[in-house]
Design a protein around this ligand. Structure first.
Ligand code: SAH
Length: 487
């Protein structure tokens, strides 16, 4: 087997290479340190062994010799070993020493390069490390050694004399003496300089100054320092995303929570998944099976959630039996779930609530009067639709398709919620389950809901609603959050 020295990239988990993801997917053991990206561990099999060797507060750092022996031992044991490192494994990451130890021990290894923070962090701050004519080289230098103490092997005079762009890694703590030393080497004190903290992450922060003044801004690690004409470039894009840096809790069930979190991240938010709802089969699943097998007897099937669609189609063995039946969807999410199964909804009401669906179906009554309607949906849900249809003379078959349950509290929830700024509720059940599990005090400052029904529930729990989606869909909720934070 092989030991893989894998670059994890600078922080944004999407900046892992395809090869990195491929070898992680088959890992037996992942050995990682603090700057490698924790969420990438999710790409490894669930039962993978995880070994942290980084410096963690309150834990001693594993020595490089011990890391080398660990890699050799695990490699010899025939395991697929992933040594995950921040950025690129061969850029100020001691990957060279690890590879040498493996080579000396005769253990096969592969290097999977990563996107180095030296280039990617400035890029996320809108700073290109080269520019035609004005910045024709970039020098990446370690700030680990303190120039003021006269120690170390960096030739700062040569670095200053070369001009172009100077990128300093590991230099935040010694920013002042490094900048002073470069000025002493002959670079103009008014040369633009920037420090990018936590680059490529939702908490990225760019400090812009000059060589003379950067240290006054007190950059904090991890930071990438960029010195040169390019540091004045104003090409910010990442920090300008509409939800940049917002810490938003998603309470939907999985896998919908992951999809919504991904959408929020695309807009720059730090999305935290804390599902407050999960779906289980109903008490009596045979009823749905029976209704689906006899679906041809109905005039309409009315679906009120993507989960209802999923459960109904699990029981529909022959698509042709839907042939003469018309299909109604409460909103675009449910219609999309139908479309995924190659069924185009005959009816989607203008407002995505039960009242509107009731009204729209009432408009569909033909000369023969109201027909038979099948409603496969959550075991406990509002009665507006079935009661209203029955009162209007429809023959209503209300069939439980799934049960919603509150999942066990997440172990990391308290820390996560203390940090959060916004919580999103996409249904009344998520709001009720969340407050039952974590209490109303745990609710972050900004509460955002998908629509008026959920808002009413939230208020009945004694909470205020800050943002309510005008369009009652997940996309509508995200758009409402964007409006709220950009106005
Ligand atoms: N192998 C890594 C560098 C390791 S040295 C790479 O190729 O990127 C660690 C230094 O990298 C930090 O002190 C900091 O200067 C820089 N760095 C790493 N991640 C960073 C981030 N997200 N934002 C800013 N700088 C970062």
């Amino acid at each position: 087997m092989t030991v893989y020295l894998v670059g994890a990239g600078p922080g944004d988990p999407a900046l892992l290479t395809l090869r990195g993801a491929e070898v992680l997917a088959n890992a037996d053991v992942v050995i990682y340190d603090r700057l490698s990206v924790m969420s990438l561990l999710d790409l490894a099999p669930a039962d993978v062994e995880r070994i942290s060797v980084g410096k963690q507060p309150g834990e001693p750092r594993t020595s490089q010799e011990d890391i080398n022996s660990l890699l050799v031992d695990r490699g010899r044991a025939g395991q697929q070993v992933i040594r995950l490192k921040g950025g690129d494994p061969f850029v100020f990451a001691r990957g060279g020493e690890e590879a040498a130890a493996l080579a000396a021990a005769g253990v096969a290894f592969e290097v999977v390069p990563g996107i180095t923070s030296a280039v990617a962090v400035p890029a996320y701050a809108g700073i290109p490390v080269t520019m035609r004519y004005s910045s024709t080289s970039f020098t990446v230098v370690t700030g680990h050694e303190d120039p003021a103490k006269g120690e170390g092997s960096v030739n700062w005079d040569a670095v200053a004399a070369l001009g172009g762009t100077v990128v300093v890694l590991m230099g935040a703590a010694r920013c002042r003496s490094i900048c002073d030393r470069i000025v002493a080497g002959g670079m103009a004190p008014e040369t633009p300089a920037a420090a990018v903290q936590w680059g490529t992450r939702p908490n990225q922060r760019t400090l812009r100054a000059t060589l003379a003044t950067l240290a006054d801004l007190d950059p904090q690690p991890p930071a990438t320092i960029v010195i040169g004409e390019v540091a004045a470039a104003d090409l910010a894009w990442f920090e300008k995303r509409p939800l940049f840096g917002r810490r938003i809790v998603v309470t939907r069930a999985q896998p919908q929570a992951a999809a919504m979190a991904a959408e929020l991240r695309r807009r720059g938010a730090e999305a935290m998944e804390l599902p407050a709802i999960a779906f289980e089969p109903p008490e009596n699943p045979d009823r749905l099976a029976h209704a689906a097998a006899n679906v041809g007897r109905y005039d309409w099937v009315a679906l009120t959630s993507p989960t209802g669609v999923a459960r109904f189609f699990e029981h529909l063995h022959d698509a042709r039996s839907l042939g003469g039946v018309r299909v109604a969807a409460i909103g675009p999410g449910t219609a999309a779930a139908l479309a995924d199964r190659n069924v185009v909804a005959d009816l989607v009401p203008k407002q995505y609530v039960a009242e509107s669906l009731l009204e729209a179906l009432s408009d569909e009554v033909g000369p023969d009067g109201p027909g038979r309607v099948l409603i496969p949906r959550a075991e406990s849900a509002r009665d507006v639709l079935p009661d209203g249809l029955a009162a209007a003379g429809w023959d209503v078959d209300l069939v439980p398709a799934y049960r919603t349950v509150a999942p066990d509290p997440a172990p990391d929830a308290t820390a996560l919620l203390a940090d959060a700024e916004v919580i999103t509720f996409t249904s009344s059940s998520t709001a009720i389950n969340f407050t039952d599990t974590y209490g109303t005090d745990a609710v972050p400052e900004v509460v955002a809901t998908i629509g008026p029904i959920t808002s009413a529930t939230v208020r009945s729990l004694g909470l205020e609603v800050t943002v309510e989606a005008a369009e009652h869909t997940v996309d509508g909720l995200i758009a409402a959050l964007e409006d709220f934070f950009t106005c």
